[in-house]
Design a protein around this ligand. Structure first.
Ligand SMILES: [Zn+2]
Ligand SMILES: [Zn+2]
Length: 169
């Protein structure tokens, strides 16, 4: 713990003002990694053209003509880019998607209301049609009853005059 605090103090004294933001975010010294090609050297330089960390030996071999910067600078730049993206997400994308989401919710509610209305109309139509069928069925039954009575009466009267007498017994 103490060691880390001391390191921060030392770093703060040496630090360029432009690096303060980066340190605020990270809160501790950047980790140092060894070069995979030259394991005895640290990756202490950032090659902007190759977009990667290199060691001093790499620099002398392949990157002499490339644009470079130190690790702290690129770290700060990338943190700034991330902070801008975060700002854009928080202030533009999230409000946009929240609003779109609420529009979709409203559309969904309207759609559900429409569906409920349609269901009521269909049920009402079903009720009317059933009523109409019952009315038609009753009318047919009535007609059939009338026909039966008339026919039986006619038969009794015309074809078999004794039937009424027999039937009444
Ligand atoms: Zn190297
Ligand atoms: Zn390079």
């Amino acid at each position: 713990m103490d060691e880390q605090v001391n390191m921060s103090k030392e770093r703060n004294q040496d630090q360029d003002q432009s690096d303060i933001g980066a340190q605020d975010v990270v809160g501790k010294k950047l980790a140092i990694h060894r070069c995979s090609i030259h394991p005895s050297s640290d990756l202490s330089i950032f090659c902007r053209e190759c977009n990667k960390l290199i060691c001093p030996v790499c620099l002398t071999q392949e990157h002499q003509q490339h644009m470079m910067c130190d690790v702290e600078t690129i770290h700060h730049e990338k943190l700034t880019i991330l902070a801008n993206k975060d700002h854009t997400i928080t202030n533009e994308f999230i409000p946009f998607f929240t609003e779109e989401n609420s529009k979709l919710d409203k559309i969904l509610v309207t759609h559900q209301e429409h569906c409920e209305k349609m269901k009521l109309i269909i049920e009402e139509q079903d009720r009317k049609l059933k009523e109409e069928i019952t009315k038609q069925t009753n009318a047919l039954l009535q007609t059939f009853d009338n026909y039966l009575h008339t026919t039986i009466n006619e038969e009794i009267k015309t074809e078999n005059p004794n039937l009424r007498t027999n039937y009444l017994f």
